[in-house]
Design a protein around this ligand. Structure first.
Ligand SMILES: C[S@@+](CC[C@H](N)C(=O)[O-])C[C@H]1O[C@@H](n2cnc3c(N)ncnc32)[C@H](O)[C@@H]1O
Length: 281
């Protein structure tokens, strides 16, 4: 832990139900094609904790629209942006479903590069946002979905998109952190006084034994955007049953851990995401 990192002050039980059960019936089935979705229960917990009905919630990298859909079901107004048209189409389909299900709130989604945020969102949103809730892409993709056919195992939907420009998933660490700092600086303009930013992320392992402290790097980015850290929490990616952690890792996660251990690297399955909570000064 970097010396200026906040200690974890609370644990959010956000994965008592598997992710697919959290989404079933509430999101369109095509949502599974997004490689890095936020847990709906995590989004709902953050929105409940830091906003009131009618407040404006914003996600500059909204992907499949989890922040927007959960905000709508909790009676909030929401705005989202994503650079990939296929993800904003997905978010729009999820917003339509929430409307059909009678969600009390509203949401709008825009396609564009969030590093140029203020040219994308309506001017009326400036200074009005109560909560920015977001998660950056870390790396080109994730484990995605796995299909076993005979002796072969194939992956699908594990990449963020085809674009080589703009999507920070393809940018490399320095560009990712610079771009995210730009996005948070613009979010600072959108926030109302005292408005909150919640960023979810986890340490990232590259080349098996190279561990990158993404939460620490994002905290530095947030400070550079004049946001004040107020809390750090752990959002569970595993269930907790009778005091024991029940992991929900997929096959690739398990294989990666086994391989690393066989090579003498004592890694563990990731059981939580860091949640950084910051405030507009
Ligand atoms: C971790 S995902 C967010 C997932 C989302 N929370 C959900 O539940 O579906 C990060 C998203 O950032 C988007 N993204 C990457 N670079 C971007 C940029 N410059 N502007 C806007 N969105 C960007 C990616 O397309 C991806 O959908």
């Amino acid at each position: 832990m970097p010396h200026d990192m906040l200690p974890i002050t609370s644990v959010w039980l956000t994965c008592q139900q598997p992710a697919r059960d959290q989404r079933r019936g509430r999101y369109v089935p095509e949502t599974s094609s997004h490689p890095g979705k936020m847990l709906p229960h995590l989004a709902a917990h953050a929105i409940n904790s830091f906003t009131a009905p009618g407040d404006l919630v914003f996600d500059p990298m909204c992907g499949s629209g989890t922040t927007l859909v959960e905000a709508m079901h909790l009676g909030r107004r929401a705005i989202g942006v994503d650079i990939e048209p296929r993800f904003t189409r997905l978010a729009a389909a999820n917003i339509d479903l929430a409307v059909r299900q009678g969600a009390a709130g509203t949401a709008t989604v825009f396609t564009g590069d969030a590093t140029d945020l203020l040219s994308l969102v309506p001017a009326a949103a400036v200074g009005r946002v109560g909560l920015v809730l977001t998660s950056p892409p870390y790396g080109r993709g994730t484990h995605g979905l796995v299909r076993a056919t005979g002796a072969r195992v194939t992956k699908r939907d594990h990449l963020y998109g085809d674009r080589r420009q703009g999507n920070l998933a393809y940018a490399g660490w320095t560009r990712l952190l610079d771009g995210f700092t730009q996005i948070l600086t613009a979010c600072h303009r959108l926030l109302r006084p005292g408005g909150i930013v919640v960023i979810t992320c986890r340490p990232v392992r590259r080349h098996r034994d190279d561990l990158i402290d993404l939460p620490g790097e994002l905290l530095t980015a947030a400070r550079a955007a004049s946001l004040e850290p107020v809390q750090r929490c752990a959002a569970m990616l595993a269930a907790v049953r009778e005091g024991q952690i029940v992991h929900r890792a997929n096959m690739f996660g398990l294989i990666a851990v086994r391989r690393s251990r066989a090579a003498g690297i004592p890694v563990h399955l990731v059981a939580h995401e860091d949640v950084l909570v910051l405030r507009r000064r």
